[in-house]
Ligand binder design. Structure first.
Ligand code: PAF
Length: 279
């Protein structure tokens, strides 16, 4: 496994590796956990070369404090990645990714205005900037993203379509702690007690399917929110049931298409997101 910090070195290395076959890419912001490792292993099973990027992208943080607090530990990340099938770790500096400020504004219609987009204005524009930039640098055949960031995945798929990028986006399942808490780099910021109590988020989400047989869409959203809020460690920011492909609001179970319930929940000072596919 080679650790590369510059675009020149990356391009040189990948020009050799590309001759061997397909390149699978796992973009990350570091603070790696088993969720990331599952993406790397999947990429390794489907490609000849695996590239993992570790880059905390400043343009996707609408809150400076959140950017400062974001956990970083390159040494531990590199250790975790060894023996997982990763060939190249790309850990660029900010000026390597953005030699000039990125002023591109993407149009995702309503997709980046709802849920995360409503509470984190500009976040998805920053994600689109960095992912398109990283795709341009790595030129992967396939890129792997976790379904935990459901809205991010839908927006990246939309961006790839809009820009006609020659990359296949591979959605990968959410990996959970034994207590049901979705794995996230932000979990590192939780105390032991908070981590235990945050399991209530998935506990409530997992009732959604059963509740959809007897309650309206709005009632299910309300029951999940009040169930989570009953836990003194947790406070929901939103609970929304949306169409899994378009992210349009669902108001009636009879609407066609797959539905997903998405939540954002504060646990102390840490903001957690999760989701659950219904039917
Ligand atoms: O999901 C993440 O970790 C980030 O949003 C991503 C896709 C690596 C872009 O910075």
């Amino acid at each position: 496994m080679e650790i590369i910090y510059t675009l020149n070195k990356l391009t040189e290395k990948l020009s050799q590796l590309r001759r061997k076959g397909l390149i699978g890419f796992v973009p990350t912001m570091g603070a790696l956990h088993q969720g990331h490792i599952s993406l790397v292993q999947r990429a390794a099973s489907e490609n000849d070369t695996v590239v993992v990027s570790i880059f905390v992208n400043p343009t996707q943080f609408n809150d400076k404090k959140d950017l400062e607090r974001y956990p970083r530990n390159l040494e531990a990340d590199i250790k975790l990645l060894s023996d997982q099938g990763c060939h190249v770790v790309f850990a660029p500096r900010v000026d390597e990714v953005y030699p000039e400020p990125d002023t591109r504004i993407f149009d995702f219609g309503h997709m980046d205005k709802v849920m995360e987009g409503k509470f984190r204005p500009g976040h998805f524009n920053g994600v689109a900037q960095v992912v398109s930039r990283l795709f341009d640098m790595v030129k992967p055949d396939r890129a792997y993203f976790g379904l935990k960031d459901f809205q991010q995945l839908a927006i990246i798929q939309n961006m790839v379509q809009q820009l006609q990028l020659p990359v296949e986006i591979v959605p990968c399942p959410i990996i959970r702690e034994p207590n049901g808490l979705a794995m996230s780099s932000r979990n590192e910021l939780l105390s032991c007690e908070e981590r235990e109590n945050a399991a209530e988020i998935f506990n409530m989400l997992s009732h959604a399917g059963e509740w959809s047989n007897s309650k309206s869409v709005h009632e299910v959203e309300k029951s999940i929110a009040s169930g989570i809020n009953r836990n003194p460690y947790l406070e929901t920011e939103y609970v929304e049931i949306v169409d899994a492909d378009t992210l349009e609001m669902v108001t009636d179970w009879q609407q066609p298409g797959r539905k997903v319930v998405c939540v954002a929940v504060w646990c102390g000072k840490v903001r957690l997101i999760d989701n659950y596919l219904i039917g």
